[in-house]
Design a protein around this ligand. Structure first.
Ligand SMILES: [Zn+2]
Length: 80
C-alpha cells in the first residue's frame, strides 16, 4: 500500500479515509488538521466578500492552499 503524505505539513496520513482523515483538494492531498486550517483561513476571507460565489471561493481556496504548500503550513488570519 502506498503511503500518503499531506502536501502541506508533509506528515504521513496513517489511515486513509477519504473526507475523514484525508482530503483531496484540487490536485493536492491534505490531512484533517491542514484541512481545518484551510477552511478557517478561507472562511475569514469569505465573510468580507458578498455575494457568495462558488467559483471564486474555489479559486481562493486553491490560492491559499498553494501558498500553504510552499510554506509548509497554512497561514491562518486568526493566528496572533
Ligand atoms: Zn497536513
Amino acid at each position: 500500500m502506498k503511503a500518503i503524505y499531506c502536501d502541506v505539513c508533509r506528515n504521513q496520513i496513517p489511515e486513509i479515509i477519504i473526507n475523514r482523515t484525508f482530503f483531496p483538494v484540487g490536485h493536492f492531498e491534505i490531512c484533517e488538521e491542514c484541512r481545518d486550517n484551510l477552511e478557517s483561513a478561507v472562511k475569514n476571507t469569505v465573510r468580507e466578500k458578498k455575494p457568495f460565489d462558488y467559483a471564486w471561493f474555489d479559486d481562493l481556496k486553491m490560492k491559499v492552499l498553494e501558498q500553504a504548500v510552499d510554506k509548509g503550513h497554512i497561514e491562518s488570519p486568526k493566528r496572533r
